[in-house]
Design a protein around this ligand. Structure first.
Ligand code: SIN
Ligand code: FE
Length: 294
């Protein structure tokens, strides 16, 4: 693959020794909205984990099998207790390898990161039916209805573990600021008291900031615009089996078109931990609106 959207790193271990210059270059590429692409970094399953490569482990209710927050309770899976404990151990191993990798590659982030969730995605992405808001085959930037970030960045690590050689096929869109310039004028403003009401009704786990409100508006309006989905600048990227990639998914427009079996780790990064905080969606939207948003 040769696309400027990718910053390719030829690492093949999760704990590489990198120079400060290489770490800074990786950080800058990520903050500029590029995807760190590690084609040779494989998340290897143990022999007894190969059997988890089946959609049968999904409970059919949610898209993914998840471990969330500090609680780390396995959700979205069905199976016997012993099997599910082994599946959870596989996910925890991925999570700890991601932490090791970030410590080696993006060390300045480490004191500013919190672990949000780990997921195993055993279902085929192509042809999945859902409402347009939940349809991740439409270009979007990530924003969470019930989990406001208050401006913090969404940093995600993916690894394709498909056993049949099937790539994870994404579309990746235009820079965040270009999308925001197009869609911000169409964003609905929050009505007075909306954040307080959503919190009181437990729709949100914390109060939804003006930033989170706008990010959700952008997420929904971009997904709803069929013309934009077809015509907006975009590239298809196939992430092959055995590859790992890292992306700020709140910044990079992405859509998952096909593929089955990926691991995914979500970390939240405080804007103050960035090398170039002005590139964050929070600061971009604050410049565009002329308002403090979080
Ligand atoms: C998404 O974050 O929208 C889906 C990415 C994927 O599962 O490949
Ligand atoms: Fe997404």
């Amino acid at each position: 693959m040769s696309t400027s959207l990718l910053e390719e790193l030829k690492l093949d271990i999760w704990n590489p020794a990198l120079t400060a210059a290489a770490q800074a270059a990786a950080t800058d590429a990520l903050e500029a909205g590029r995807i760190l692409y590690l084609p040779r970094l494989e998340f290897a399953l143990l022999p007894h984990e190969q059997r988890f490569l089946s959609a049968e482990w999904s409970d059919g209710q949610t898209k993914n099998i998840n471990l969330r927050g500090g609680e780390r309770k396995l959700r979205g899976a069905r199976g016997g207790a012993d099997d599910l404990a082994l599946m959870q151990a596989m996910m925890e191993r991925f999570s700890s390898q991601c932490a090791t990798l970030i410590g080696a590659l993006l060390p300045r982030y480490v004191p500013h990161l919190t672990l949000a969730s780990t997921s195993f995605r055993p279902c085929e992405v192509a042809g999945r039916k859902s409402s347009y808001r939940k349809d991740d085959a439409r270009l979007h930037t990530d924003a969470f209805p019930s989990n406001p970030t208050g401006g913090a960045r969404v940093l995600r690590v993916f690894a394709n573990i498909n056993p049949q050689g099937k790539p994870r096929a994404w579309r990746v869109g235009e820079p965040f600021a270009d999308m925001a310039a197009r869609f911000l004028p169409r964003a609905r403003r929050a009505w007075p008291g909306e954040a307080r009401l959503l919190r009181a009704l437990r729709v949100t786990k914390r109060s939804r900031s003006a930033y989170d409100h706008l990010m959700l508006q952008l997420h929904d309006r971009v997904k709803a615009d069929a013309g934009y989905q077809r015509q907006a600048p975009q590239e298809r990227i196939d992430f092959p089996v055995g590859s790992t990639w890292i992306v700020f998914s709140d910044q990079v427009l992405h859509a998952a078109m096909s593929g089955q079996f990926v691991m995914e780790e979500t970390l939240m990064l405080a804007v103050s931990g960035m090398r170039a905080p002005e590139t964050s969606p929070l600061r971009v939207l604050e410049r565009m609106t002329g308002q403090r948003l979080a």
